[in-house]
Design a protein around this ligand. Structure first.
Ligand SMILES: Cc1ncc(COP(=O)(O)O)c(C=O)c1O
Length: 466
């Protein structure tokens, strides 16, 4: 949530339309509604609905939003089911035991999907999204490291976490909030994510873990999890350092199992201690659900799990929040039931087919070159060719917005902050037809953009953390 300053101007007032709700059009009613403080009197529900509804028309169109990884469409049955559960609080496991049971089943399904050696021994929970899931996984890494150090009679201060500079902002938050030194590996040349060699070079006895991202937020590429794990195995053999891996599979955790069975990245690698994913990304559920699983109970220090008994039962919880909507977990279980393995595979394949096709079309337009091709996550990043001097990726982003397309442009992190890209995220529901319209619109813009004497939009210096 953005941190909002309260308005210093007190309040604004807006006239109410005479045909809204109970207003009498002939009286020229001068009722106005304050927006910065509570009104003195209530409004009729219909009027309040209309005011809020109308204002929200200014939001972008979710389906044309190629910036977000998050699900923007679910089928009517899912909407109905989730609507039936809006009042259920996920934490009230005693009052809503069946919702809790569906959560447990989802964890079990993910344990199987991610090849936990003994799925029954895997432990996990739902969260509000991958950010919370990553916080929990990071806390478990830190606590296990502290425990090990204390048991060995060694100092347990100044822990560090090794990861690529391309990690999503949640890992920077984790390090900041939980006082862990972030050891970020910068990008170099054409290497846009973590490599095994660079990861191992930064590990020492104070490293609580290495984060490997399956599906980089910046360009959709998979980090080489198996290579990283292998290099850490060697490190243990040569130097005796036992550094676990957490896989941030926010997107890839729900893509790779279906489309890339030969890519070994999950609990098949003994070094992988935990994995997270966003149910609300390629898990195909509306925003508000993530998952984190540990290989087995040994990976999750028991003192982090609270047993809460004041809601009528005794329930173990590991979460940053207490109350949280239950509907999203129900939506996740519905999607698992509805699609099964082959259904998920078909949906993700359709997205990846569109992504790779669209990447090829963008490349053929001429002034652009691809950074990634959409053949890992259904996501690709592209930039302007060296000879393209009349416009920048920021110009393209702004002009495409005029047609309703939301395509973010941003600079890469250190050491490639010289590279600015546009990124397209293809999600369920972004059809080949829409992709065709996108490329037509982009092609139609090019003559105008090429007539510019130079880029109009420079990067405002803002980093990109989507
Ligand atoms: C790799 C990665 N990790 C974590 C996150 C945070 O996920 P969420 O939005 O579910 O909190 C994202 C979001 O894009 C991501 O791409």
């Amino acid at each position: 949530m953005a941190l909002h300053p309260a308005s210093s101007t007190g309040h604004q007032r807006r006239p109410r339309h005479p045909l809204h709700g109970l207003a009498n059009p002939v009286l020229g009613e001068d009722l106005v509604v304050p927006t910065e403080r509570l009104a003195e009197q209530p409004l009729p529900a219909e009027t309040a609905y209309r005011l809020v509804h109308d204002e929200l028309l200014l939001d972008g169109n979710a389906q044309l939003n190629l910036a977000t990884f998050v699900t923007t469409w679910m089928e009517p049955e899912a909407n109905r089911l989730m609507g039936e559960c809006t009042e259920k609080n996920m934490i009230d496991k005693d009052e809503y035991p069946q919702t809790a049971e569906l959560e447990r089943r989802c964890v079990s399904m993910l344990a199987h999907l991610w090849n936990a050696p003994v799925p029954e021994r895997a432990v996990g929970c739902s969260t509000t999204g991958s950010s919370e899931a990553c916080m929990l996984a990071g806390m478990a890494l830190k606590r296990r490291w502290v425990r090990r150090r204390q048991e060995a009679g060694q100092p347990a201060d100044r822990p560090n976490l090794v990861m690529g500079a391309n990690v999503q902002v949640c890992w920077e938050k984790f390090c900041n909030y939980w006082e862990v030194e972030p050891r970020t590996v910068p990008m170099e040349g054409d290497r846009y994510h973590l490599s095994a060699e660079e990861a191992v070079a930064r590990c020492d006895e104070r490293t609580i873990g290495v984060v490997a991202v399956l599906g980089s937020t910046f360009d959709g590429s998979y980090e080489p999890v198996a290579e990283i794990a292998g290099a850490l195995d060697d490190l243990q053999e040569t130097k005796g350092l036992d550094v676990p891996v957490h896989v941030d599979g926010a997107s890839g955790g729900m893509v790779a199992p279906f489309l890339d069975p030969g890519t070994v990245w999950d609990f098949r690698l003994p070094r992988v201690a935990s994995v997270n994913t966003s149910g609300h990304k390629y898990g195909l559920v509306y925003p508000g659900v993530g998952w984190v699983l540990w290989r087995d109970e040994d990976m999750l220090p028991s003192e982090l799990v609270f047993n809460v008994n004041y809601l009528g039962g005794n329930m173990p919880t590991f979460a940053l929040n207490f109350s949280r909507p239950g509907a999203q977990v129900v939506g996740q279980y519905y999607m698992f039931l509805r699609l099964g393995f082959q259904g998920f595979k078909a949906v993700q394949k359709a997205s990846r087919d569109v992504a790779t096709w669209l990447a090829g079309q963008v490349e053929r337009l001429g002034p652009f070159q691809l950074v990634t091709r959409g053949d890992q996550l259904p996501v690709f990043a592209f930039t302007t060719r060296p000879g393209t001097t009349a416009f920048s990726v920021f110009d393209v982003s702004r002009r495409m917005r005029e047609r309703g397309w939301l395509v973010p442009a941003y600079t890469f992190p250190a050491n490639r902050s010289d590279l600015s890209v546009l990124r397209v995220v293809v999600r369920n529901g972004f059809s080949r037809d829409l992709a065709g319209l996108f490329v037509e619109d982009l092609g139609r813009l090019l003559p105008q953009l090429s007539r510019q004497s130079g880029p109009l939009e420079a990067d405002g210096g803002a980093g990109f953390h989507h």
